[in-house]
Design a protein around this ligand. Structure first.
Ligand SMILES: [Zn+2]
Ligand SMILES: [Zn+2]
Length: 80
């Protein structure tokens, strides 16, 4: 049994509407794909995940091309 992110594994898709303009936001992938080890964003998440065994979340980035703004969405991982 392993915790996996359903979105990273292509088992589900997640539709996010922009709260500003209602546009469907573009899925940009998991946040760890976008920041390197030295990024303050990533180290924040890594720190969180390394704190305990309880790391069952994956953070994904969504982008609104209208507003040129992005949003981080926390996805709950599932056991399989
Ligand atoms: Zn993911
Ligand atoms: Zn927007």
């Amino acid at each position: 049994m392993e915790w996996v992110c359903p979105i990273c594994n292509g088992m589900a898709s997640y539709v996010v509407k922009c709260s500003e303009c209602g546009n469907q936001m573009e899925a940009r992938g998991a946040i760890q794909d976008y920041f390197d080890d030295y990024s303050p964003y990533l180290s924040q998440y890594i720190t969180k995940q390394n704190d305990g065994v309880d790391s069952k979340r994956c953070v994904h980035l969504f982008y609104c091309s209208n507003c040129r703004d992005d949003k981080r969405i926390t996805i709950n991982e599932i056991k399989m």
